[in-house]
Design a protein around this ligand. Sequence first.
Ligand code: T5A
Length: 208
Amino acid sequence: MTTYFITIEGSEGAGKTTQLTFMRDFLERAGYPVTLTREPGGTLLGEELRALLLGHRDDGMALKTETLLMFAARAEHLERVIRPALAAGHWVLCDRFTDATYAYQGGGRGLPMAQIAVLEEWVQGDLRPDLTLLLDLPVAVGRARAGKRSPADRFERETVEFFERVRVAYRDRAQQHPDRYRIVDAAPPIAIVRAQVEKLLAQWLERG
Ligand code: T5A
């Protein structure tokens, strides 16, 4: 049975978690078993690493440490959740994956993309998402949404300039991987974004 690994990306408050739930419902209605998961996280250890990564340490965290912790959580996630789910015939829907490392640690913080590519190769081998939806919206709109929802985590406290660089890095990734990426305008109300996402999914399913 063919199974697919689908990721959703975007900056803070883009609506990824909201849309991922709709995507799961859409695919399940179409008869596909789905595993829904997220990064950083998705496993017991991964969620502990997430707490370290998003929490507020007084002495901060070196960029290499941050990047390696993202990939440590990812290695665990691939080994214990993503690969087993795909092997068991499930479609995997993941809230962020390695494109987030390229966008945040690469674009946002300035880590050379080539160094991320080395870790990607080592941790993932040849596994890459089959489809990535990029929920794109102006930084100010996303920050206002995220700010209303919960207190800011370590990333959400970054500057507007940081998130502008993240947005540019995501759009660059989408240009570099046009076969895999689909860009969704995430600024409209939830129902309109949902309709765009479901249309894209339906087109992707019918691509033959
Ligand atoms: N990170 C992650 C890295 O730096 N490197 C990596 O490799 C990885 C994997 C955690 C952080 O880790 C960083 C990036 C992140 O900073 P996260 O949990 O995905 O990643 O964190 P956030 O992006 O902060 O998640 P958010 O929950 O803020 O954003 P979502 O999931 O995009 O948005 P969602 O669906 O929770 O919606 C936020 C609010 O907006 C409303 C929702 O109801 C909710 O209240 N909303 C809308 N309102 C109006 N119109 C719409 N269209 C709306 N869609 C949603």
